[in-house]
Design a protein around this ligand. Sequence first.
Ligand SMILES: Nc1ncnc2c1ncn2[C@@H]1O[C@H](COP(=O)(O)OP(=O)(O)OP(=O)(O)O)[C@@H](O)[C@H]1O
Length: 803
Amino acid sequence: MAKKKTKTKSSATTKTKKPKFKLTSQQKLIFGSLLMILGILLSIAFLSFFFTGEADQSTLTEIGTREVVAENWLNKLGAWVSDFFIMKGFGVASFIFAGLVFLSGIYVTLDINKSKLRSHWIWGTLVAIWFSIFFGFFAHKYDALGGTIGFEMNTFLQDYIGIIGTALLLFFGLIIYAAIKFKLTGESIVAFFKSAKKEMKEDFKSDTRTSDTYVPFDNDLSAEAEDIKTAFDLKPATPKPPTTPVQTKAEAPVTVPDLDIYVPKVRKEPAEIEEVAMQVEHVAEEASESDNLSDRLVADFGQFDPTLELSKYQFPPLDLLKKYDSEGITIDQDELEEKKNRIVETLNNYNIGISSIKATIGPTVTLYEIVPNAGVRISKIKNLEDDIALSLAALGIRIIAPIPGKGTIGIEVPNKNSTIVSMRSVIASQKFQKSDMELPIAFGKTISNETFVVDLAKMPHLLMAGATGQGKSVGLNAVLTSLLYKKHPAEVKFVLVDPKKVELTLFNKIERHYLAKLPDSEDAIITDNTKVINTLNSLCIEMDNRYEMLKNAMCRNIKEYNDKFKARKLNPEEGHQFLPYIVLVVDEFADLIMTAGKEVETPIARLAQLARAIGIHLIIATQRPSVNVITGIIKANFPARLAFRVTSKIDSRTILDNSGADQLIGRGDMLFTQGNELTRIQCAFVDTPEVELITEYIGNQKAYPDAYLLPEYVGEENGTSLDVDISDRDKLFREAAEVIVTAQQGSASLLQRKLKLGYNRAGRLIDQLEAAGIVGQFEGSKARQVLVPDLVALDQLLANEIP
Ligand SMILES: Nc1ncnc2c1ncn2[C@@H]1O[C@H](COP(=O)(O)OP(=O)(O)OP(=O)(O)O)[C@@H](O)[C@H]1O
């Protein structure tokens, strides 16, 4: 069954990609010239037919015999083909087909728009049929003119509509052709005749006029006939008219009628311009000019496909996710009625009348929407939260007063029997499957039982908080599972930080598919807090690099950049590459802040502020949403927050800027906000065995040679300032040296633990110990070698040092 599903899934994914049959430029040249030659050969054979056709009649039946020689210029094959096309086919009109084949060759060679070629073929065939029917009239004299088709069709038509009908039908065909091909209209025909008539008239006039009397006036006035006319109209006594008779006295009376002839000539002009405007047509040709390198590359190789390296990768099938018995909402009418009565009663006790009440049943809670009587203060109801909880004997009552955009007051009451929202149901939902989001996440179901899908790329970072055991880890798994079901390994990479060491280990199996890591680290999942700093700083470098790439490509965000890269507009030789999204997941952020403090806060804040455009998104989870963990700067950059149940109202305010998370009922019940209103969601449940199956399924498939490598970050641990002055040594230098020598292990984290130091100070101490020759050089992920065997030797070494 599982296999079956896999197949359907894969076929679904392949279906979306259209199979492309594309010729390379060389193949186009070869195929195109073949067609051109074929066109020429056909023309030669057809032409030859008119001279040799009769003589070749006898050879047609013996085409298979080698000895027989035909007279056609292309011998037997030419004789046969031309007989087939001309005698048995369309007659003289067969030349059109030879021309079309030749034209097709040109189109293929030069890669010109194929739709035009199609139209040439359609029109060419119609014209050939028209001509063969037309020549069919003369079949009794020259049967080769119209061919068998022309003759048969002509006689067929004549049998039904007679010779006149057939001729008119052909004429009608001619009109259709002219109307469509040459955009002929009734007006244009009339205009044509009018202008022809006009010209004839004018020619006639100019011929009758004596040229020497007319020319001087024409020269004077033709430049601006209109101006002159108005000048005459407005000022008949202007000095001009008297001057004309002075110049040419005899001709003066002729001028007035002449002007009248000119005016309509000027008016005629727009009608002529209209006719010309009909012919604007060949603009499409310009496309070949913009035929730049990227277009040609796309035409030859198609768009760049980032998934090509793992083209056989199969997305995990739905069957790997479990179905639960307690899925699906059951309506307990008695429970609903009872709770409604209690709410109405309690409110009545406080003199709050209700005009209507409505219930919406969700997976874990039911929302009762009430409309209070006029004049009731909303704050009064809000204050009754605890009283209603008491009367319903239920935990986790939440009052939303008023429900934004609805004009009602909501009271959320937990159901007696909550239903599990399975990961399977949300992943299978159309909303998720059909979403075209960049990084879709199916969190679970809302109170109205709708699947809740959001785009991580739009959030752009997510802060998660919740007391222990309330469903944080399940929530994180739901996020990662959603992405695994929707994104190809080439499109997204995870950086996982898991100080608890057990929550995210399952994802180790997909290291070479989906994880990113530092070049020198062995494990992709970071469990050591000290390494987090390097990773975060490395991500900052990656961010800066990506910004540089975006700048060079003149793109504003990763989507534009990747689209441009796919369209082959960016040259990989100039350092451009397809950029996958990077999702950084940090579990137990509080623990990280405790051990590394400012050192992690700064890169996290930088990433949170700047990384959205270049596709690095942060998901940070913490048990303790106190203000020293979720500082102002972090809060400001995480508009999307997700709260599972927390223990106090203060915690709820810290995470959501609102109370409510303390009223949740746990087990995946959560509140989500993206900066505006809160949405109550039941988180989808994905159990560890399910995650294991998914990661195993992916892990067993062909992978990249290594995890996605982040840029190298040379941290302070690598000790660059070795010439540390003895007088500048840390106060704890000697103690540190003793710790290292006793443990025979040169690591900064050991010093951190034993001497309760911050990471920076421990790193500096290690540098000083290296300078003093107590520990060896930095060796990547391995601890440094200790060069002093015991405390006695250490004493000696330090005593011999020159102050
Ligand atoms: N969405 C859910 N639906 C049903 N049950 C859930 C859901 N989420 C969590 N649970 C239940 O709550 C238990 C604890 O969840 P989870 O391990 O995610 O808590 P947590 O907040 O990560 O705790 P910790 O911080 O201690 O790791 C789960 O084992 C499961 O039984």
